[in-house]
Design a protein around this ligand. Structure first.
Ligand code: KIV
Length: 264
């Protein structure tokens, strides 16, 4: 397979072809991704919960992210590797540039930041210096304490409008990809349609986004309880490799996520 790049994913968006994203944090799992048909590996700060056992992503550090990004890089050949900038690592543009460079040197092809229009200057500064950016709006887990819990976002009309505006501002600032987490299906579809080149990646955002992402441990049935947008792909599979391949195939065919995995 030719290595996946941002250009590949933009072309997929234009062609209406769905792509599959999944988290991984080490070489053993990263090695399984390209053969399973996964285009993007997200080294997510969800590792704070599924690997480290914390009750949120807030304790994760830049050093943690760099370590796991380097582990994934050694085996994730062919996939685009996106690394999360952890909590409080991009509070100023200078800090973001410094910490993003640490993650790029560790092996990331792109970094992901949680937040809306307020991040526009930072996104622009990163992309201008050769650091591609994935935005992340809707439920942003690093803000769990201001959001009052892990809740669906964008149900109220004014909140939905703010998310639409955030998406457009981030695209304008240069974000190449945009994660939409826990938003109503209709809003996920509208934002995806409204963006010209930025490909959306949904998690609990319905089937109409350009790509889908799940946390590896959730889709392998290792987490409990899980939100409604998760499907256990290990159930009925003979191997982890088969579960991953079924996930990729279900995303590409549009079979996952189904109605049961959506918010209204
Ligand atoms: O950290 C992570 O795994 C994420 C996904 C849930 C999108 O940000």
């Amino acid at each position: 397979m030719k290595p996946i790049t941002l250009t590949t994913l933009r072309a997929a968006k234009q062609a209406g072809q769905k792509f599959a994203v999944i988290t991984a944090y080490d070489a053993s799992f990263a090695r399984l991704m390209e053969p399973a048909g996964i285009e993007v590996i997200l080294v997510g700060d969800s590792l704070g919960m599924v690997l480290q056992g914390h009750d949120s992503t807030l304790p994760v550090t830049v050093d943690d992210m760099a370590y796991h990004t380097a582990c994934v890089k050694r085996a994730g050949a062919g996939c685009l590797i996106v690394a999360d900038m952890p909590f409080a690592s991009y509070d100023s543009t200078e800090q973001a540039l410094h910490n993003a460079a640490v993650l790029m040197r560790a092996g990331a092809h792109m970094v992901k930041l949680e937040g809306g229009a307020w991040l526009a200057d930072t996104v622009q500064a990163l992309t201008r210096r050769g650091i591609p950016v994935c935005g992340h709006i809707g439920l942003t887990p690093q803000s769990v304490n201001t959001l009052g819990g892990y809740r669906v976002q964008g149900r109220a009309p004014e909140q939905a409008q703010r998310l639409r505006e955030d998406a457009l501002v981030l695209e304008q600032a240069g974000a190449g990809l945009l994660v939409l987490e826990c938003v109503p299906r209709q809003l996920g579809a509208e934002i995806t349609q409204a963006l010209g080149t930025t490909a959306t990646i949904g998690i609990g955002a319905g089937p109409d986004t350009d790509g889908q992402v799940l946390v590896l441990h959730d889709m392998l049935g290792l987490s409990a309880p899980v939100p409604r947008f998760v499907r256990d792909f290990m159930a009925g599979a003979d191997s982890i490799q088969q579960a991953l391949a079924r996930y990729a195939a279900a995303v590409k065919s549009g079979e996952f996520p189904g109605q049961a995995h959506c918010y209204q």
